[in-house]
Write a protein that binds this ligand. Structure first.
Ligand code: PXP
Length: 236
């Protein structure tokens, strides 16, 4: 499995003072030097952490791959088509949420998703859909033209260590197997941390995990290099 490090919360800290520290370009560089195989950022509609100029700079400095998380918004699509990240991950977005809550409802708006991602696919950008691990969402995703899904691991992470964990884990495993049968590649992310990430090894052929909050939180105490290195070791 590969490790995509989400550096959004380095920008959250930077924005708390409005300056340039901590520098997100440096955060991407340290992550790459210590095991990240891609750098993930979410350009939110409210620009609460990552800003337009961040993605424009990152695309020129990153040595691995830029994975841009984005909502189905025309202005963000325009930026994606301009900077051409390696991949985009389509996520649902609500302004008041603290973080992405739940997956994108692809089943409920399949044609809209298909139409929205077409120009991105035509531009050679890999498209991933961030969905809940259900049969309905996986089947709908396989009919959009997207090459990847990213399974939302938030519920698994929240229930880890409780009597609900097994069911949530099995949902992820079944969704991944179905997606692969339908020709999709499978990533996973949200809420994964140093304790719960080990079960991702039980899911066959997961491609990449996108992990942010737990790595940046650990980095406050250990430094980013060690935090990324430790996670990279756990998932390789
Ligand atoms: N994947 C997606 C699609 C996300 O929206 C997020 C959160 O921005 C993550 C992964 C990373 O989640 P976390 O910060 O909980 O590791």
């Amino acid at each position: 499995m590969l490790l995509g490090v989400n550096i959004d919360h380095v920008a959250t800290l930077r924005n708390a003072r409005g300056g340039v520290e901590p520098n997100i370009i440096k955060a991407a560089e340290i992550s790459e030097q210590n095991g990240a195989t891609s750098i993930t950022t979410h350009l939110r509609e409210d620009r609460r952490h990552i800003k337009d100029e961040d993605v424009r700079t990152l695309i020129t400095t990153i040595k691995t791959k830029l994975n841009l998380e984005m909502a189905m918004a025309d202005d963000i699509q325009k930026i994606a088509l301009e900077i051409k990240p390696h991949s985009i991950c389509l996520v649902p977005e609500k302004r008041q949420e603290i973080t992405t809550e739940g997956g994108l409802d692809v089943a409920g708006q399949r044609e809209k998703v298909k139409t929205f991602i077409k120009p991105l696919l035509d531009a050679g950008i890999i498209v991933s859909l961030f969905i809940d691990p259900t049969e309905e969402q996986v089947i709908a995703s396989s009919k959009t033209g997207a090459q990847f899904i990213e399974m939302h691991t938030g519920t698994y992470s929240e229930t880890y260590g409780t009597n609900k964990e097994e069911q949530e884990f099995q949902n992820l495993k079944s969704a991944a197997i179905l997606a692969q049968k339908l020709g999709l590649k499978v990533n996973a992310g949200h809420g994964l941390n140093y304790k719960n990430v080990h079960r991702m090894h039980e899911i066959p052929d997961l491609y990449e995990l996108n992990i942010g909050h737990s790595i940046i939180s650990k980095a406050v105490f250990t430094g980013l290099a060690d935090a990324v290195k430790e996670m990279a070791n756990l998932i390789k």
